[in-house]
Design a protein around this ligand. Sequence first.
Ligand code: UD1
Ligand code: PEP
Length: 422
Amino acid sequence: MDKLRITGGRPLNGEVTISGAKNAALPELCATLLTAEPVTLTNVPRLRDVATMRLLLDNMGVQSETHGERGGMSFQAPDSLKPEAPYELVKTMRASVLVLGPLLARFGRARVSLPGGCAIGSRPVDQHIKGMQAMGAEILVEHGYMVAQLPAGKTRLHGARIATDMITVTGTENFLMAAALAEGETLLENAAQEPEITDLAEMLIAMGAKIEGHGTSRIHIQGVDCLRGCTHQVVADRIEAGTFLCAVAATGGDVILRHARAEHLDAVIDKLHDAGAEIEAGDDFIRVRASGRLKAQSFRTTEYPGFPTDMQAQFMALNCIATGSSKVTETIFENRFMHVNELVRLGAKIQTDGKVAVVEGTDKLSGAIVMATDLRASASLVIAGLVAEGETIVDRIYHLDRGYDQMEAKLRGIGADIERIK
Ligand SMILES: CC(=O)N[C@H]1[C@@H](OP(=O)(O)OP(=O)(O)OC[C@H]2O[C@@H](n3ccc(=O)[nH]c3=O)[C@H](O)[C@@H]2O)O[C@H](CO)[C@@H](O)[C@@H]1O
Ligand SMILES: C=C(OP(=O)(O)O)C(=O)O
């Protein structure tokens, strides 16, 4: 099993190119199921989750190929494909549930394994099921699978008003894709507003979908009879960019992130600014400069445009070596403090009580062997390792590989002493 060996204490300087967003690429790969015409995505990040999603599509009968250096991939989903997502593939990646909407909308049936819980929380998919039922699907949950079909005599889903009990990102994406091909109008209330939703909506519009209001909490979709192929560029990964911003804020240095979108990171950038980092941004770049210990910042995770839960662990790592104490409140997932005990092994002072972690900043961390428990927890341990005195080994980095495109190579490129070992 791969590990990362990091020798801490080096500032980061130079330039990093930010990859396409995992959380946009995954639904967009699923959106290729909505048409028999070829669809090309560019700027697709090289991630384990993308490879898993491609395998899942391949297993159904989708033809795909990669081309070019800059993450180009083409897909063609024939009318004859098998609308099924087996447990063996779904268990490794929750985003597999995103095939449900497109399969139902185009093929009128789907058999998709329930994803099950994961380290950060139980993550049920009840809202996805309720929404598809509101659009006319009959869904049974049996033997660990969602078995979905249209009622006898029906060939398409129908539009509906869907108001979810909570804001759900992949739920909104599933409804968008299903409604794009449904008969009539769909109104999504309480929709997620993440930039990845907007990016997916823009791809669907390029395929011929009629969507208005994406990027707000009310999205209107007028279903169309069929969608066509398109070429779409995956939006920049705001979480990868935020992770590098926190890394530089923690180690000190001066780094320019290329292909990064500052407007998608307002909540994180505001906190970094308050902490004492200098941030400058243009259309397609973010520059961060920091030196010495920054000031700890309290924050609370919320849905976009609030502070993202996917940045909580990385910012907490920064708070661990900042001056002063901070209160970190996680409101989205019930078990997203798994990095705390590992950060403590590196010398951090953190106490948790339910949704709240109180961090007492300390002037140094010391390298140790730590274990990654989930994707962003892994990133927080890497940041802490870059600061810690001596050597840190981060074990189980398959979590990191799910969602970061060549993280250690990018960090080495800006001066980090980091290597992958077996
Ligand atoms: C592939 C992808 O885009 N993943 C992101 C997506 O996950 P994901 O879409 O799975 O997260 P959701 O927005 O759906 O989850 C928000 C909350 O709603 C709950 N919930 C959700 C759906 C449902 O049917 N029932 C239910 O109870 C979840 O357990 C969670 O507590 O948004 C999360 C929140 O920003 C991010 O951390 C993930 O990186
Ligand atoms: C939780 C995350 O992803 P996923 O929903 O794919 O598990 C994440 O990207 O931090």
